[in-house]
Design a protein around this ligand. Structure first.
Ligand SMILES: O=C(O)c1ccccc1NCC(=O)[C@H](O)[C@H](O)COP(=O)(O)O
Length: 262
Protein backbone atom coordinates (compact mmCIF):
# COMPACT_ATOMS: atom_id res chain seq x y z
CA UNK A 1 0.00 0.00 0.00
CA UNK A 2 1.43 3.42 -0.99
CA UNK A 3 1.36 6.56 1.17
CA UNK A 4 -1.29 8.01 -1.15
CA UNK A 5 -3.47 4.93 -0.51
CA UNK A 6 -2.93 5.33 3.25
CA UNK A 7 -3.83 9.03 3.12
CA UNK A 8 -7.01 8.26 1.17
CA UNK A 9 -7.92 5.54 3.68
CA UNK A 10 -7.52 8.10 6.47
CA UNK A 11 -9.72 10.53 4.51
CA UNK A 12 -12.51 7.94 4.28
CA UNK A 13 -12.52 7.74 8.09
CA UNK A 14 -12.48 11.56 8.34
CA UNK A 15 -15.43 11.83 5.93
CA UNK A 16 -17.42 9.23 7.92
CA UNK A 17 -16.78 11.24 11.08
CA UNK A 18 -17.86 14.51 9.45
CA UNK A 19 -21.04 12.91 8.09
CA UNK A 20 -21.87 11.27 11.41
CA UNK A 21 -21.26 14.45 13.41
CA UNK A 22 -23.54 16.27 10.96
CA UNK A 23 -21.62 19.52 11.55
CA UNK A 24 -23.20 22.65 10.04
CA UNK A 25 -20.81 23.58 7.22
CA UNK A 26 -22.99 25.79 5.05
CA UNK A 27 -21.42 29.15 4.25
CA UNK A 28 -21.67 32.03 1.82
CA UNK A 29 -19.14 32.29 -1.00
CA UNK A 30 -16.24 34.53 -0.01
CA UNK A 31 -15.05 37.23 -2.28
CA UNK A 32 -11.39 36.67 -2.99
CA UNK A 33 -9.70 37.50 -6.28
CA UNK A 34 -9.78 34.73 -8.88
CA UNK A 35 -6.55 32.74 -8.98
CA UNK A 36 -7.22 31.85 -12.60
CA UNK A 37 -7.51 35.51 -13.57
CA UNK A 38 -4.40 36.45 -11.57
CA UNK A 39 -2.33 33.77 -13.30
CA UNK A 40 -3.80 34.24 -16.77
CA UNK A 41 -3.02 37.96 -16.72
CA UNK A 42 0.36 37.69 -14.96
CA UNK A 43 3.42 39.40 -16.37
CA UNK A 44 5.91 37.18 -14.55
CA UNK A 45 5.93 33.77 -12.87
CA UNK A 46 3.56 33.73 -9.90
CA UNK A 47 4.14 31.92 -6.61
CA UNK A 48 1.50 29.99 -4.68
CA UNK A 49 3.14 29.81 -1.27
CA UNK A 50 2.37 26.90 1.01
CA UNK A 51 2.08 26.56 4.78
CA UNK A 52 3.67 23.13 5.30
CA UNK A 53 4.71 21.91 8.75
CA UNK A 54 5.59 18.33 7.78
CA UNK A 55 5.24 15.83 4.98
CA UNK A 56 5.33 12.08 4.41
CA UNK A 57 8.48 12.40 2.28
CA UNK A 58 10.44 14.74 4.56
CA UNK A 59 9.00 14.29 8.05
CA UNK A 60 9.07 17.45 10.17
CA UNK A 61 9.78 20.63 8.20
CA UNK A 62 8.63 23.48 10.45
CA UNK A 63 6.41 22.00 13.16
CA UNK A 64 6.14 25.12 15.29
CA UNK A 65 5.56 27.54 12.41
CA UNK A 66 2.97 30.27 12.96
CA UNK A 67 0.70 30.06 9.88
CA UNK A 68 -0.54 33.64 10.18
CA UNK A 69 2.94 35.16 10.51
CA UNK A 70 4.14 33.01 7.59
CA UNK A 71 1.13 34.02 5.49
CA UNK A 72 1.78 37.72 6.16
CA UNK A 73 5.35 37.37 4.89
CA UNK A 74 4.00 35.59 1.79
CA UNK A 75 1.51 38.37 1.07
CA UNK A 76 4.11 41.12 1.55
CA UNK A 77 6.53 39.33 -0.77
CA UNK A 78 3.91 39.23 -3.55
CA UNK A 79 2.54 35.68 -3.38
CA UNK A 80 -0.32 35.14 -5.84
CA UNK A 81 -2.09 32.79 -3.44
CA UNK A 82 -1.55 30.88 -0.23
CA UNK A 83 -1.91 27.13 0.09
CA UNK A 84 -2.62 25.66 3.53
CA UNK A 85 -2.18 21.94 4.13
CA UNK A 86 -5.09 20.92 6.34
CA UNK A 87 -4.34 17.23 6.83
CA UNK A 88 -3.19 16.49 10.39
CA UNK A 89 -1.88 12.89 10.54
CA UNK A 90 0.53 13.17 7.61
CA UNK A 91 1.22 16.94 7.31
CA UNK A 92 0.50 18.31 10.83
CA UNK A 93 -1.79 20.92 9.29
CA UNK A 94 -5.35 21.74 10.35
CA UNK A 95 -8.55 23.55 9.42
CA UNK A 96 -7.77 25.92 12.30
CA UNK A 97 -4.62 26.93 10.37
CA UNK A 98 -6.72 27.51 7.27
CA UNK A 99 -9.34 29.57 9.12
CA UNK A 100 -6.66 31.63 10.88
CA UNK A 101 -4.95 32.44 7.59
CA UNK A 102 -8.33 33.14 5.94
CA UNK A 103 -9.06 35.75 8.61
CA UNK A 104 -5.80 37.57 7.97
CA UNK A 105 -5.29 37.61 4.21
CA UNK A 106 -7.50 38.50 1.29
CA UNK A 107 -5.61 36.87 -1.59
CA UNK A 108 -6.77 33.54 -3.13
CA UNK A 109 -6.56 30.72 -0.59
CA UNK A 110 -6.12 27.03 -1.41
CA UNK A 111 -7.27 24.28 0.93
CA UNK A 112 -4.57 21.68 0.25
CA UNK A 113 -6.10 18.37 1.20
CA UNK A 114 -7.04 15.03 -0.30
CA UNK A 115 -10.64 15.52 -1.27
CA UNK A 116 -12.80 12.48 -1.94
CA UNK A 117 -16.22 13.71 -0.77
CA UNK A 118 -18.42 16.85 -1.04
CA UNK A 119 -18.46 17.33 2.73
CA UNK A 120 -14.73 18.15 2.61
CA UNK A 121 -15.48 20.85 0.02
CA UNK A 122 -18.12 22.35 2.35
CA UNK A 123 -15.58 22.27 5.17
CA UNK A 124 -12.88 23.98 3.07
CA UNK A 125 -15.30 26.73 2.05
CA UNK A 126 -16.55 27.11 5.61
CA UNK A 127 -12.95 27.66 6.79
CA UNK A 128 -12.49 30.43 4.21
CA UNK A 129 -10.78 28.75 1.24
CA UNK A 130 -11.51 30.02 -2.27
CA UNK A 131 -9.77 27.12 -4.05
CA UNK A 132 -9.76 23.38 -3.48
CA UNK A 133 -7.44 20.71 -4.84
CA UNK A 134 -8.58 17.60 -6.69
CA UNK A 135 -5.87 14.99 -7.26
CA UNK A 136 -6.71 13.02 -10.40
CA UNK A 137 -4.71 9.97 -9.22
CA UNK A 138 -6.91 9.69 -6.12
CA UNK A 139 -10.30 9.81 -7.88
CA UNK A 140 -12.38 7.85 -10.39
CA UNK A 141 -13.66 9.74 -13.47
CA UNK A 142 -17.08 9.93 -11.88
CA UNK A 143 -15.78 11.27 -8.57
CA UNK A 144 -13.58 13.79 -10.38
CA UNK A 145 -16.49 15.05 -12.49
CA UNK A 146 -18.93 15.27 -9.58
CA UNK A 147 -16.53 16.91 -7.12
CA UNK A 148 -15.34 19.40 -9.74
CA UNK A 149 -18.93 20.33 -10.58
CA UNK A 150 -19.90 20.58 -6.90
CA UNK A 151 -16.94 22.84 -6.00
CA UNK A 152 -17.51 25.06 -9.03
CA UNK A 153 -21.23 25.37 -8.24
CA UNK A 154 -20.22 26.29 -4.67
CA UNK A 155 -18.31 29.29 -6.01
CA UNK A 156 -14.86 27.78 -5.49
CA UNK A 157 -12.00 27.49 -7.95
CA UNK A 158 -10.48 24.06 -8.45
CA UNK A 159 -6.83 23.18 -8.93
CA UNK A 160 -6.76 19.83 -10.69
CA UNK A 161 -3.50 17.97 -10.09
CA UNK A 162 -1.96 15.59 -12.62
CA UNK A 163 1.28 13.67 -12.87
CA UNK A 164 1.24 12.07 -16.33
CA UNK A 165 -0.25 12.34 -19.81
CA UNK A 166 -3.26 10.15 -19.07
CA UNK A 167 -4.15 12.22 -16.00
CA UNK A 168 -3.81 15.40 -18.07
CA UNK A 169 -6.40 14.04 -20.51
CA UNK A 170 -8.72 13.28 -17.58
CA UNK A 171 -8.29 16.83 -16.29
CA UNK A 172 -9.04 18.28 -19.73
CA UNK A 173 -12.09 16.03 -20.06
CA UNK A 174 -13.71 17.84 -17.10
CA UNK A 175 -12.66 21.18 -18.60
CA UNK A 176 -10.28 22.04 -15.74
CA UNK A 177 -8.94 25.58 -16.07
CA UNK A 178 -6.26 25.45 -13.36
CA UNK A 179 -4.09 22.41 -13.94
CA UNK A 180 -1.15 21.60 -11.68
CA UNK A 181 1.62 19.18 -12.57
CA UNK A 182 2.97 17.64 -9.42
CA UNK A 183 6.68 17.10 -10.02
CA UNK A 184 6.60 14.73 -7.03
CA UNK A 185 5.40 11.21 -7.64
CA UNK A 186 3.04 10.79 -4.69
CA UNK A 187 3.68 7.04 -4.61
CA UNK A 188 7.51 6.97 -4.74
CA UNK A 189 8.26 10.61 -3.67
CA UNK A 190 10.70 11.01 -6.56
CA UNK A 191 10.81 14.68 -7.63
CA UNK A 192 11.63 15.58 -11.22
CA UNK A 193 10.98 19.05 -12.68
CA UNK A 194 11.02 17.49 -16.15
CA UNK A 195 7.48 16.29 -15.36
CA UNK A 196 6.36 19.86 -15.97
CA UNK A 197 8.19 19.93 -19.30
CA UNK A 198 6.63 16.60 -20.36
CA UNK A 199 3.09 17.68 -19.50
CA UNK A 200 3.66 21.13 -21.00
CA UNK A 201 4.48 19.48 -24.34
CA UNK A 202 0.91 18.12 -24.38
CA UNK A 203 -0.81 21.13 -22.82
CA UNK A 204 -3.35 23.11 -24.89
CA UNK A 205 -1.86 26.57 -24.22
CA UNK A 206 -4.06 28.11 -26.95
CA UNK A 207 -7.11 27.41 -24.75
CA UNK A 208 -8.01 29.46 -21.66
CA UNK A 209 -6.16 27.31 -19.14
CA UNK A 210 -3.14 27.77 -16.94
CA UNK A 211 -0.39 25.36 -16.05
CA UNK A 212 1.06 25.36 -12.54
CA UNK A 213 4.22 23.52 -11.57
CA UNK A 214 4.05 21.96 -8.09
CA UNK A 215 6.76 20.67 -5.75
CA UNK A 216 10.54 20.62 -5.72
CA UNK A 217 11.09 24.31 -6.49
CA UNK A 218 14.04 25.56 -4.44
CA UNK A 219 15.70 28.39 -6.35
CA UNK A 220 15.33 30.84 -9.23
CA UNK A 221 16.92 28.37 -11.64
CA UNK A 222 14.14 25.81 -10.92
CA UNK A 223 11.49 28.49 -11.32
CA UNK A 224 13.02 29.62 -14.64
CA UNK A 225 13.12 26.03 -15.90
CA UNK A 226 9.41 25.37 -15.33
CA UNK A 227 8.52 28.88 -16.47
CA UNK A 228 10.36 28.31 -19.74
CA UNK A 229 8.37 25.09 -20.14
CA UNK A 230 5.12 27.08 -19.91
CA UNK A 231 4.15 27.20 -16.22
CA UNK A 232 2.49 30.46 -15.18
CA UNK A 233 2.93 29.70 -11.47
CA UNK A 234 4.80 27.48 -9.06
CA UNK A 235 3.40 25.94 -5.89
CA UNK A 236 6.15 26.04 -3.28
CA UNK A 237 6.19 24.62 0.24
CA UNK A 238 9.34 23.25 1.80
CA UNK A 239 11.88 25.72 0.43
CA UNK A 240 9.87 28.66 1.78
CA UNK A 241 9.19 26.98 5.13
CA UNK A 242 12.89 26.25 5.62
CA UNK A 243 14.20 29.55 4.28
CA UNK A 244 16.11 31.86 6.61
CA UNK A 245 14.81 34.77 4.52
CA UNK A 246 11.35 33.87 3.24
CA UNK A 247 10.77 37.28 1.63
CA UNK A 248 13.98 37.07 -0.41
CA UNK A 249 13.43 33.43 -1.41
CA UNK A 250 9.86 34.07 -2.55
CA UNK A 251 10.81 37.17 -4.54
CA UNK A 252 13.67 35.29 -6.22
CA UNK A 253 11.18 32.77 -7.64
CA UNK A 254 9.09 35.44 -9.40
CA UNK A 255 11.13 35.14 -12.59
CA UNK A 256 10.28 36.79 -15.88
CA UNK A 257 8.49 34.80 -18.57
CA UNK A 258 10.63 34.03 -21.58
CA UNK A 259 9.50 35.67 -24.86
CA UNK A 260 8.60 32.25 -26.31
CA UNK A 261 6.19 31.43 -23.49
CA UNK A 262 4.59 34.84 -23.27
O1 LIG B 1 5.18 16.51 0.17
C1 LIG B 1 4.99 15.29 0.29
O2 LIG B 1 5.82 14.51 0.82
C2 LIG B 1 3.71 14.66 -0.18
C3 LIG B 1 3.55 13.28 -0.08
C4 LIG B 1 2.37 12.68 -0.47
C5 LIG B 1 1.35 13.45 -0.99
C6 LIG B 1 1.50 14.84 -1.11
C7 LIG B 1 2.67 15.43 -0.72
N1 LIG B 1 2.83 16.80 -0.80
C8 LIG B 1 1.82 17.71 -1.17
C9 LIG B 1 2.30 18.66 -2.18
O3 LIG B 1 1.84 18.59 -3.29
C10 LIG B 1 3.37 19.64 -1.81
O4 LIG B 1 3.18 20.03 -0.47
C11 LIG B 1 3.43 20.91 -2.65
O5 LIG B 1 3.40 20.67 -4.00
C12 LIG B 1 4.74 21.69 -2.30
O6 LIG B 1 5.84 20.85 -2.51
P1 LIG B 1 7.30 21.28 -1.99
O7 LIG B 1 7.58 22.66 -2.49
O8 LIG B 1 8.24 20.28 -2.57
O9 LIG B 1 7.27 21.25 -0.50
Amino acid sequence: MTILDKIIEEKRVEVERLLTQNVELRSEALSRPSLFKTLYEAEHLQVISEIKRASPSKGLIAEGADPVAQAEIYVNAGAAAISVLTDTPFFKGSFDDLAAVANHVDIPLLCKDFIIHQVQIDRAKHAGASIILLIVAALSDRELTELHAYATASGLEVLVEVHDAEELQRALAIDAKLIGVNNRDLRTFTVDLKRTEEIAALFPFHEERVLISESGIWEAEDAQFVSNAGARAVLVGESLMRSGNVDETLRSLQVTFSEVVR
